[in-house]
Design a protein around this ligand. Structure first.
Ligand code: GDP
Length: 455
């Protein structure tokens, strides 16, 4: 497929050591010839996969002193000729270099267009293109390693194996329908059925890996709740190990919601400190209360805090009552000035952790317990298995599995083979959706719009 030549600044804008202006397309080398003066050489003499010193020239004027990398098709990121100009990392100079490139025949690249070309030109499938975005956005080593596995093609390969088992069945059916003497009434060969069943089991595993995959990739949304002054902000700060939330002894000072991400053994924990939940005439605080209720509903994990230095009162119970989930860890704060607390009425809470946010006692233990809690719930040995992290993959695979189960049922019941045609098509189509062999313009636009310019 011949596409026009695109260019963009591929490094973040601003001042830095170097910036890179990247070009991709069949005109790249011609454009370079017009704008680049290598030292003691002509552009046409420059070797493939070489880095070359020289100057970018505009009408005989030097625009910048640069290093130019030459990568010729097809073994490049986009499978097209790619030129990367390493210029000095100033905002203006980089813009000027890009301007010269555009003036001489390239067009400005859309967001994610380089990677889109890698996909359109068949170097990577859609799961790998999506992995590129995830690698860029990766927040922890665990999430990065999942994205890198996907970029390597692990999911693509798995889909190919599953697809093969469906294609083998389709080929068998074609043969028997075309040549009925081959045994139209014979049962479908056992190995084909076994492969389908295996494929279905693998898809089921993939679908059920989504929840943990999502947690590794996007993190666990964790709300810290409790009545005012129990120490929520102090706990947030202890977990962050810095003073981020305002901590005072006046109840209700955490008026708005503070969000921070911390990394607990490779799991991003998106911590949200809520305003104290209580009935109040104060409008600002009321907004906070409403938000807190919303948060409790949307949180993956709730840290419910009690101040052990005070008697438990109605307010503690009122907040306890609106926790409508069992994803709760109880925190007994202020154990440095502890009293005896009767926890028998908090039956929803299975696990209590004693800490002092002020004296930093028990914080490591709290982190460990949070990690254990998340692990038990969601992650057994994610490092070993293939894990999906993308809801698009999950829903396509659900369609595939539905079709596979229908096919298996049709075979098991000994029904005519042509009844499977629709399900075979559905299975193949939904698998092709995952890898992008079947994709709409809208979907591609949506996926590549999550990229950065120049990627
Ligand atoms: P929030 O309203 O729930 O966010 O509570 P804050 O974090 O603002 O804390 C309220 C007050 O309790 C502040 O004066 C803190 O210094 C104090 N505090 C927080 N944690 C502890 C603790 O573990 N021990 C003691 N003694 N005081 C604490």
């Amino acid at each position: 497929m011949l596409l026009d030549t695109i260019a963009a600044i591929s490094t973040p804008r601003g001042e830095g050591g170097i910036s890179i202006v990247r070009m991709s397309g069949q005109e790249s080398l011609n454009i370079l010839e017009k704008i680049f003066k290598p030292k003691n050489k002509k552009v046409s003499e420059l070797k493939n996969y070489s880095i070359n010193y020289g100057h970018i020239i505009d009408n005989e004027h030097i625009v910048d002193e640069v290093l130019v990398s030459i990568m010729k098709a097809p073994n490049t990121y986009t499978r097209e000729d790619i030129i990367e100009i390493n210029c000095h990392g100033g905002y203006l100079v980089t813009e000027k270099v890009l301007e010269v490139v555009l003036k001489n025949g390239a067009r400005i690249a859309e967001i994610g267009e380089f990677t889109k070309r890698a996909f359109l030109n068949g170097r990577i499938d859609l799961t790998q293109a999506e992995a590129v975005i995830d690698v860029i956005h990766g927040k922890t080593e665990k999430s990065l390693s999942l994205s890198l596995n996907q970029l390597r093609g692990d999911l693509k390969d798995k889909i190919a194996t599953i697809k093969k088992s469906v294609l083998d069945l389709a080929a068998h059916i074609n043969v028997v329908l075309d040549y009925p003497e081959e045994g139209i009434d014979d049962p479908v060969p056992e190995n084909l059925v076994d492969n389908l069943k295996k494929a279905s089991a693998e898809i089921k595993d993939l679908i059920s890996s989504y929840d943990k995959g999502k947690i590794i990739k996007d993190g666990v949304k964790t709300a810290i709740i409790g009545k005012p002054n129990v120490g929520k902000s102090s706990i947030l700060n202890s977990l962050l190990r810095e003073d981020r939330a305002i901590v005072t002894h006046i109840p209700g000072t955490t008026r708005d919601i503070i969000e921070e991400t911390i990394n607990i053994n490779g799991i991003p924990l998106l911590l949200v400190d809520t305003a104290g939940i209580r009935n109040t005439d104060d409008i600002v605080e009321n907004i906070g209360v409403e938000k807190s209720k919303e948060l409790i509903n949307s949180a993956d994990l709730i840290l419910y805090v009690i101040d052990t230095s005070r008697e438990i009162d109605e307010e503690d119970f009122r907040i306890y009552d609106i926790i409508n989930s069992d994803k709760v860890i109880g925190i007994l704060n202020k154990i440095d000035i502890q009293q005896n607390i009767d926890l028998s009425k908090f039956s929803k809470i299975k696990k209590w952790i004693e800490i002092s946010a002020l004296s930093k006692i028990g914080i490591d233990n709290l982190e460990n317990e949070i990690y254990k809690y998340i692990m038990n719930e969601n992650i057994e040995d994610s490092s070993q298995k293939l894990v999906i992290t993308n809801v698009r993959h999950k829903s396509a695979l659900e369609k595939t599995n539905e079709a596979l189960l229908n096919i298996i049922e049709t075979i098991d019941m000994g029904m005519p083979m042509d009844l499977m045609a629709v399900d075979i098509k559905d299975a193949l189509d939904s698998l092709s959706e995952v890898t992008g062999e079947i994709s709409s313009e809208d979907l591609l636009d949506h996926i590549f719009s999550n990229f950065c310019v120049g990627k």
